[in-house]
Design a protein around this ligand. Structure first.
Ligand code: ADP
Ligand code: TRP
Length: 321
């Protein structure tokens, strides 16, 4: 199976990104051909500061490597090191109906929230289709918010194949239903655009704990029995806990006499235990940036061996070669 996923370098890694995309993608390493990339062309749709772009791009590289990306198993690269992806996006855009893009939730949401609409923001799903199709990926692990983008990719690939012959594989989204939407500290979907995230490496341990302690709950008192299935703290705790730990917290909730403060403390402890080794690894990498650059350079070289094949076939099919 060939797997591909990407993340935009547009902010600090949070546990929504980690559980929604990064962890499931990294779990596929070894048994599959995994391609992971830093979607810096995509991030240009929302960012304009070059220094920030460089910093966030490096952050994503460090985040992935610290969280377990193994460059011996996984092809890891920066999107802009594969400029052909833009050429493919152009070819695909010729078979992409305006109506398809006009129905894009992401475009509608972003402009409704005040983001300046640009051609790039509108055409974002076409570039995303190119990212996926250019390496012939079968499976794309993403959070649920990317579902429509994957449907658009399939649509675009089918339209192209119908017109020009079977050039592209039709990819599938892989959405882990149990972690499809990680709630933020306000209970809405965790997202860097909503200022409700719990960052993994961006904050000090003290600030992270404060964020965890501020997760919203209902107003039940200490002695009241509580419902884990409607509780944001439990939803987050579950992501870190093993079966026995999750069951124990369920029992505590049901029994009463167990406050949300206790649950948050338990969450903070599991959070810390989970990410401490990764934080250490990240600090090591931070002192070895030449290595990180080398990983990305080699990854791009390896990716281009694959992308060259698909690009050749697409050009040929359209009468460009
Ligand atoms: P953000 O919403 O913070 O801007 P991105 O859109 O950059 O995050 O998402 C990067 C990846 O992380 C995508 O695959 C996305 O589906 C996943 N993701 C982001 N937030 C969540 C969340 N709250 N729950 C599950 N997955 C998420
Ligand atoms: N749109 C994705 C996001 O915001 C990032 C992305 C760009 C991506 N190209 C991709 C994800 C290709 C999977 C496959 O999270």
């Amino acid at each position: 199976m060939r797997v591909l996923s990407g993340i935009q370098p547009s902010g600090k890694l949070h546990i929504g990104n980690y559980f929604g995309m990064m962890k499931p993608a990294l779990a596929l390493q070894g048994d599959n051909e995994v391609f992971l990339f830093i979607a810096n062309y995509h991030a240009l749709t929302s960012m304009g500061d070059p220094a920030e772009m460089r910093q966030f791009t490096l952050d994503v590289a460090l985040d992935f490597l610290a969280c377990g990306l193994d460059p011996a198993k996984t092809v890891f690269y920066r999107q802009s090191d594969i400029p052909e992806v833009n050429e493919l996006a152009w070819l695909l855009s010729t078979v992409t109906p305006m109506g398809l893009l006009e129905r894009g939730h992401s475009f509608k949401d972003k402009t409704a929230r005040g983001m300046v609409s640009s051609h790039a923001l509108f055409a974002y799903p076409v570039l995303m289709a190119a990212d996926i199709l250019i390496v012939n990926a079968n499976v794309v692990p993403v959070g649920r918010d990317q579902k429509q983008h994957l449907e658009m990719t399939r649509d675009i690939a089918q339209k192209f194949n119908h017109r020009f012959g079977e050039v592209f594989k039709i990819p599938e989204a892989q959405i882990r239903e149990d972690v499809a939407v990680v709630p933020g500290i306000d209970g809405e979907k965790m997202s860097k655009s909503y200022d409700n995230t719990i960052e993994i490496f961006g904050d000090s341990a003290g600030k992270t704990r404060k964020r965890i302690m501020s997760v919203v709950t209902d107003s039940k008192q200490l002695e009241d029995p509580k419902d884990p299935d409607t509780c944001n703290v439990f939803a987050l705790y579950r992501l870190f806990a093993n079966e026995a730990q999750a069951q124990e917290m369920r029992d505590n909730y049901a029994a009463g006499g167990y406050g949300y403060g206790h649950a948050k403390k338990a969450l903070a402890e599991l959070f810390e235990a989970h990410f401490a080794p990764m934080r250490e690894k990240r600090e090591e990498l931070q002192n070895n940036l030449d290595y990180v650059e080398e990983v990305l350079r080699k990854g791009a070289e390896r990716a281009r061996e694959e992308t060259a094949k698909v690009m050749g076939a697409a050009r040929e099919a359209m009468g460009l070669a």
